[in-house]
Write a protein that binds this ligand. Sequence first.
Ligand code: SAM
Length: 239
Amino acid sequence: MRFVLVTIFPEFFESPLQAGLLGKALEKGILNVERVNLRDYTHDRHNTVDDSPYGGGPGMVMKIEPLAEALDDVKKKWPIRKTVLLSPRGRTFNQKVAAEIVGWEEVCFICGRYEGVDERLVEGGFVDEELSIGDFVLNGGETAALAVLETCSRLLPGMVGNALSVEYDSYTSGLLDYPHYTKPREFRGLGVPDVLLSGNHAEIDLWRRKQALRATRDRRPDLLQESKLSKADQKLLRS
Ligand code: SAM
Protein backbone atom coordinates (compact mmCIF):
# COMPACT_ATOMS: atom_id res chain seq x y z
CA MET A 1 0.00 0.00 0.00
CA ARG A 2 1.19 3.50 -0.73
CA PHE A 3 0.47 6.69 1.21
CA VAL A 4 1.50 9.98 -0.37
CA LEU A 5 1.55 12.80 2.17
CA VAL A 6 1.36 16.39 0.93
CA THR A 7 2.63 18.63 3.73
CA ILE A 8 4.61 21.73 4.55
CA PHE A 9 6.40 19.71 7.25
CA PRO A 10 7.80 16.53 5.63
CA GLU A 11 10.25 16.24 8.53
CA PHE A 12 7.30 15.80 10.91
CA PHE A 13 7.06 12.13 9.86
CA GLU A 14 10.78 11.33 10.19
CA SER A 15 10.86 9.64 13.58
CA PRO A 16 7.40 7.91 13.57
CA LEU A 17 8.21 6.28 10.24
CA GLN A 18 11.44 4.83 11.62
CA ALA A 19 10.12 3.46 14.90
CA GLY A 20 8.59 0.06 15.67
CA LEU A 21 6.23 -1.72 13.29
CA LEU A 22 5.95 1.20 10.86
CA GLY A 23 9.73 1.24 10.38
CA LYS A 24 9.76 -2.53 9.78
CA ALA A 25 6.85 -2.38 7.32
CA LEU A 26 8.66 0.29 5.30
CA GLU A 27 11.85 -1.80 5.30
CA LYS A 28 9.94 -4.88 4.13
CA GLY A 29 8.12 -2.88 1.44
CA ILE A 30 4.68 -3.82 2.82
CA LEU A 31 4.12 -0.10 3.15
CA ASN A 32 5.39 2.80 1.03
CA VAL A 33 5.20 6.37 2.24
CA GLU A 34 6.08 9.30 -0.01
CA ARG A 35 6.38 12.75 1.50
CA VAL A 36 5.72 15.65 -0.84
CA ASN A 37 6.81 19.12 0.25
CA LEU A 38 4.10 21.58 -0.72
CA ARG A 39 6.65 24.40 -0.83
CA ASP A 40 8.25 22.72 -3.88
CA TYR A 41 5.15 23.80 -5.82
CA THR A 42 5.42 27.52 -5.11
CA HIS A 43 7.00 30.02 -7.50
CA ASP A 44 7.95 32.98 -5.34
CA ARG A 45 11.10 33.77 -3.40
CA HIS A 46 9.47 33.04 -0.03
CA ASN A 47 7.81 29.77 -1.10
CA THR A 48 4.47 31.11 0.03
CA VAL A 49 1.73 28.54 0.64
CA ASP A 50 -0.77 30.75 2.51
CA ASP A 51 -2.52 34.08 2.24
CA SER A 52 -5.03 36.18 4.18
CA PRO A 53 -8.71 35.18 3.97
CA TYR A 54 -11.11 36.99 1.65
CA GLY A 55 -13.66 38.75 3.82
CA GLY A 56 -11.13 39.31 6.60
CA GLY A 57 -10.93 37.52 9.92
CA PRO A 58 -8.20 35.78 11.87
CA GLY A 59 -5.42 33.56 10.54
CA MET A 60 -4.25 32.55 7.10
CA VAL A 61 -5.62 30.17 4.46
CA MET A 62 -3.68 27.63 2.38
CA LYS A 63 -3.55 28.76 -1.23
CA ILE A 64 -5.09 26.55 -3.90
CA GLU A 65 -2.39 26.87 -6.63
CA PRO A 66 0.46 24.99 -4.88
CA LEU A 67 -1.98 22.33 -3.66
CA ALA A 68 -3.46 21.79 -7.13
CA GLU A 69 0.00 21.69 -8.73
CA ALA A 70 1.26 19.24 -6.12
CA LEU A 71 -1.75 16.97 -6.72
CA ASP A 72 -1.23 17.08 -10.52
CA ASP A 73 2.38 16.01 -9.99
CA VAL A 74 1.50 13.32 -7.43
CA LYS A 75 -1.00 11.81 -9.90
CA LYS A 76 1.67 11.76 -12.61
CA LYS A 77 4.11 9.94 -10.34
CA TRP A 78 1.84 7.38 -8.66
CA PRO A 79 -1.47 5.67 -9.58
CA ILE A 80 -3.45 7.43 -6.83
CA ARG A 81 -6.95 5.98 -6.36
CA LYS A 82 -8.24 8.50 -3.80
CA THR A 83 -7.19 11.92 -2.55
CA VAL A 84 -8.19 12.78 0.99
CA LEU A 85 -8.12 16.13 2.75
CA LEU A 86 -7.64 15.86 6.51
CA SER A 87 -10.19 18.21 8.02
CA PRO A 88 -12.20 18.53 11.26
CA ARG A 89 -15.24 18.93 8.98
CA GLY A 90 -14.78 15.53 7.35
CA ARG A 91 -16.28 12.07 7.77
CA THR A 92 -15.21 10.66 11.13
CA PHE A 93 -12.42 8.12 10.86
CA ASN A 94 -12.81 4.75 12.58
CA GLN A 95 -11.72 1.13 12.18
CA LYS A 96 -14.28 0.48 9.41
CA VAL A 97 -13.09 3.50 7.44
CA ALA A 98 -9.51 2.25 7.91
CA ALA A 99 -10.44 -1.06 6.24
CA GLU A 100 -12.05 0.90 3.39
CA ILE A 101 -8.91 3.00 2.91
CA VAL A 102 -6.70 -0.11 2.82
CA GLY A 103 -8.83 -1.26 -0.13
CA TRP A 104 -7.88 1.90 -2.04
CA GLU A 105 -4.20 0.78 -2.05
CA GLU A 106 -2.76 4.07 -3.41
CA VAL A 107 -3.91 7.13 -1.45
CA CYS A 108 -2.85 10.73 -1.15
CA PHE A 109 -3.45 12.72 2.05
CA ILE A 110 -3.35 16.50 2.15
CA CYS A 111 -2.29 17.89 5.50
CA GLY A 112 -3.89 21.27 6.14
CA ARG A 113 -2.39 24.01 8.31
CA TYR A 114 -3.39 27.54 9.40
CA GLU A 115 -7.19 28.10 9.31
CA GLY A 116 -7.53 25.41 6.67
CA VAL A 117 -7.41 25.26 2.87
CA ASP A 118 -9.09 27.37 0.18
CA GLU A 119 -12.57 25.77 -0.11
CA ARG A 120 -12.22 25.60 -3.90
CA LEU A 121 -9.98 22.56 -3.37
CA VAL A 122 -13.13 20.70 -2.27
CA GLU A 123 -15.62 22.52 -4.53
CA GLY A 124 -13.44 21.94 -7.58
CA GLY A 125 -13.23 18.17 -7.02
CA PHE A 126 -9.48 18.16 -6.33
CA VAL A 127 -10.14 15.85 -3.38
CA ASP A 128 -12.40 12.80 -3.17
CA GLU A 129 -13.26 13.26 0.46
CA GLU A 130 -12.56 15.05 3.74
CA LEU A 131 -11.64 12.95 6.75
CA SER A 132 -11.63 13.91 10.43
CA ILE A 133 -9.98 11.92 13.21
CA GLY A 134 -12.39 13.27 15.85
CA ASP A 135 -14.28 16.21 17.23
CA PHE A 136 -11.28 18.31 18.16
CA VAL A 137 -8.92 20.69 16.35
CA LEU A 138 -5.24 19.96 15.79
CA ASN A 139 -2.64 22.46 14.59
CA GLY A 140 -2.23 20.57 11.34
CA GLY A 141 -3.25 17.52 9.33
CA GLU A 142 0.09 15.73 9.87
CA THR A 143 -0.93 14.22 13.24
CA ALA A 144 -4.25 13.15 11.72
CA ALA A 145 -2.56 11.64 8.64
CA LEU A 146 -0.18 9.71 10.87
CA ALA A 147 -3.05 8.33 12.98
CA VAL A 148 -4.87 7.17 9.83
CA LEU A 149 -1.71 5.75 8.24
CA GLU A 150 -0.75 3.81 11.37
CA THR A 151 -4.26 2.40 11.86
CA CYS A 152 -4.47 1.32 8.21
CA SER A 153 -1.00 -0.20 8.29
CA ARG A 154 -2.02 -2.60 11.11
CA LEU A 155 -4.50 -4.12 8.67
CA LEU A 156 -1.91 -4.88 5.98
CA PRO A 157 -1.00 -8.58 5.69
CA GLY A 158 2.44 -9.23 7.19
CA MET A 159 2.51 -6.00 9.14
CA VAL A 160 1.61 -7.25 12.62
CA GLY A 161 3.48 -10.48 13.47
CA ASN A 162 0.47 -12.37 14.78
CA ALA A 163 -2.61 -11.69 12.64
CA LEU A 164 -4.76 -12.73 15.62
CA SER A 165 -3.59 -9.60 17.50
CA VAL A 166 -5.37 -7.50 14.91
CA GLU A 167 -8.43 -9.73 14.85
CA TYR A 168 -8.85 -9.28 18.61
CA ASP A 169 -8.11 -5.53 18.56
CA SER A 170 -10.81 -3.27 19.99
CA TYR A 171 -13.30 -2.26 17.23
CA THR A 172 -11.99 -4.81 14.66
CA SER A 173 -13.93 -7.58 16.37
CA GLY A 174 -16.87 -5.27 17.00
CA LEU A 175 -16.13 -5.42 20.74
CA LEU A 176 -13.61 -3.73 23.01
CA ASP A 177 -10.51 -5.77 23.80
CA TYR A 178 -10.32 -8.05 26.88
CA PRO A 179 -7.83 -7.11 29.66
CA HIS A 180 -4.20 -8.28 29.43
CA TYR A 181 -1.75 -9.28 32.19
CA THR A 182 1.93 -10.26 32.24
CA LYS A 183 4.65 -11.11 34.79
CA PRO A 184 5.07 -10.69 37.75
CA ARG A 185 2.28 -12.87 39.06
CA GLU A 186 1.79 -10.51 41.99
CA PHE A 187 2.59 -6.80 42.13
CA ARG A 188 2.02 -4.74 45.30
CA GLY A 189 -0.81 -7.02 46.34
CA LEU A 190 -2.39 -7.10 42.89
CA GLY A 191 -2.86 -10.58 41.45
CA VAL A 192 -3.77 -12.05 38.08
CA PRO A 193 -7.14 -13.78 37.41
CA ASP A 194 -6.73 -17.49 38.32
CA VAL A 195 -8.16 -18.70 35.02
CA LEU A 196 -5.22 -17.20 33.09
CA LEU A 197 -2.82 -19.36 35.13
CA SER A 198 -4.90 -22.52 34.74
CA GLY A 199 -3.51 -23.65 31.38
CA ASN A 200 -7.09 -24.50 30.33
CA HIS A 201 -7.32 -22.76 26.96
CA ALA A 202 -11.03 -23.32 26.45
CA GLU A 203 -11.71 -21.69 29.83
CA ILE A 204 -9.30 -18.86 29.03
CA ASP A 205 -11.01 -18.16 25.68
CA LEU A 206 -14.40 -18.14 27.37
CA TRP A 207 -13.19 -15.78 30.11
CA ARG A 208 -11.67 -13.40 27.56
CA ARG A 209 -14.82 -13.33 25.47
CA LYS A 210 -16.85 -12.61 28.60
CA GLN A 211 -14.49 -9.77 29.57
CA ALA A 212 -14.67 -8.26 26.08
CA LEU A 213 -18.46 -8.39 26.20
CA ARG A 214 -18.50 -6.91 29.70
CA ALA A 215 -16.11 -4.05 28.83
CA THR A 216 -18.17 -3.23 25.74
CA ARG A 217 -21.48 -3.35 27.63
CA ASP A 218 -20.12 -1.11 30.43
CA ARG A 219 -18.08 1.37 28.35
CA ARG A 220 -19.54 1.39 24.83
CA PRO A 221 -23.05 -0.09 24.85
CA ASP A 222 -23.60 1.57 21.44
CA LEU A 223 -21.14 -0.93 19.91
CA LEU A 224 -23.11 -3.88 21.28
CA GLN A 225 -26.25 -2.62 19.62
CA GLU A 226 -24.45 -2.45 16.26
CA SER A 227 -22.82 -5.88 16.43
CA LYS A 228 -24.63 -9.11 15.67
CA LEU A 229 -24.04 -11.22 18.77
CA SER A 230 -24.18 -15.00 18.50
CA LYS A 231 -26.53 -16.95 20.76
CA ALA A 232 -23.47 -18.02 22.81
CA ASP A 233 -22.40 -14.37 23.25
CA GLN A 234 -25.91 -13.34 24.29
CA LYS A 235 -25.88 -16.11 26.91
CA LEU A 236 -22.44 -15.02 28.16
CA LEU A 237 -23.60 -11.43 28.40
CA ARG A 238 -26.64 -12.45 30.47
CA SER A 239 -24.44 -14.49 32.80
N1 SAM B 1 -10.27 26.38 11.22
C1 SAM B 1 -10.37 24.95 11.14
C2 SAM B 1 -11.67 24.50 11.79
O1 SAM B 1 -12.07 25.10 12.78
O2 SAM B 1 -12.27 23.52 11.30
C3 SAM B 1 -9.22 24.27 11.83
C4 SAM B 1 -7.95 24.30 11.08
S1 SAM B 1 -6.67 23.38 11.85
C5 SAM B 1 -5.96 24.58 12.91
C6 SAM B 1 -5.49 23.17 10.58
C7 SAM B 1 -5.54 21.84 9.88
O3 SAM B 1 -5.36 20.78 10.81
C8 SAM B 1 -6.82 21.50 9.16
O4 SAM B 1 -6.89 22.11 7.89
C9 SAM B 1 -6.72 19.98 9.04
O5 SAM B 1 -5.93 19.59 7.94
C10 SAM B 1 -5.98 19.62 10.32
N2 SAM B 1 -6.88 19.12 11.37
C11 SAM B 1 -7.17 19.73 12.54
N3 SAM B 1 -8.01 19.00 13.29
C12 SAM B 1 -8.25 17.87 12.58
C13 SAM B 1 -9.06 16.73 12.82
N4 SAM B 1 -9.79 16.58 13.91
N5 SAM B 1 -9.08 15.76 11.88
C14 SAM B 1 -8.37 15.89 10.74
N6 SAM B 1 -7.58 16.96 10.46
C15 SAM B 1 -7.53 17.94 11.36
